[in-house]
Design a protein around this ligand. Sequence first.
Ligand code: NAD
Length: 250
Amino acid sequence: MTAKVALVTGAARGIGLATARRFLAEGWRVVLLDIDGALLDAAAAAIAEPEATLALICDVSDAAAIRGAVQGAAARFGRLDALVNNAGIAVFKPILETTPEEWSRVMAVNLTGPFLATQAAAPIMAENGGGAVVNITSISGLRASTLRVAYGTSKAALAHLTKQQAVELAALGIRVNAVAPGPVDTAMAKAVHTAEIRRDYHDAIPLNRYGREEELADAVVFLCSERASYLTGQVIAVDGGFDAAGIGLS
Ligand code: NAD
């Protein structure tokens, strides 16, 4: 049987790298895409499966670059079955201190990137009867909180984009879902989660802990698999119960 092919954006570290590893463990070929060439080289060397992987430097907010990367992926492996729009950036600042440049960059990477990548990937997926897209949103896009005006808004919009894409791309045999992670202790979280934020999450999450990269990767790969064949248009919070618990009253 021909191996399936997944393209994961922001795959050089964190949740994206764990997702790439999970796909490989399940026998997929994986295209790792990232803006950071040095990180990408280190990730590809750590995975050490050159026959099954392709690493491409690309900024997901650059329309021409992402189109070229998707075509490069298809040229290398002959097909594309899954796209994981995982690349993202976080700016945690109060509304009055968030600059127009920060706002625009967060929207460009977190929202426009998935729009562009899906637009580029869908026709190639359709050539083999369809596929699956997973957008990585956030619990910050499900519930409002301080400091997340740009980040949370970008993720809420990405959740809606997920539904738009699911409705329209169903005709091409493409399912589109989102995973909304709770806090995961990646480089991103280390950069923006203060001690206060960490305490708040600990108290508000019924499972009383951060998620692990692998727990997110499992959900993503499941959504891309045939086991999720009737699942589309959903935003699934993988968050230790944070969203279900509302504001975390004891
Ligand atoms: P991370 O910062 O560890 O990894 C993100 C990767 O994306 C990096 O390798 C980075 O180089 C790459 N990237 C950034 N901008 C890019 C661009 N323009 N084009 C291509 N690649 C780019 O972050 P992470 O925590 O693994 O986050 C992965 C996703 O999960 C993000 O979308 C993030 O918003 C989301 N998320 C993370 C958390 C968390 O607590 N870590 C919680 C909720 C949602």
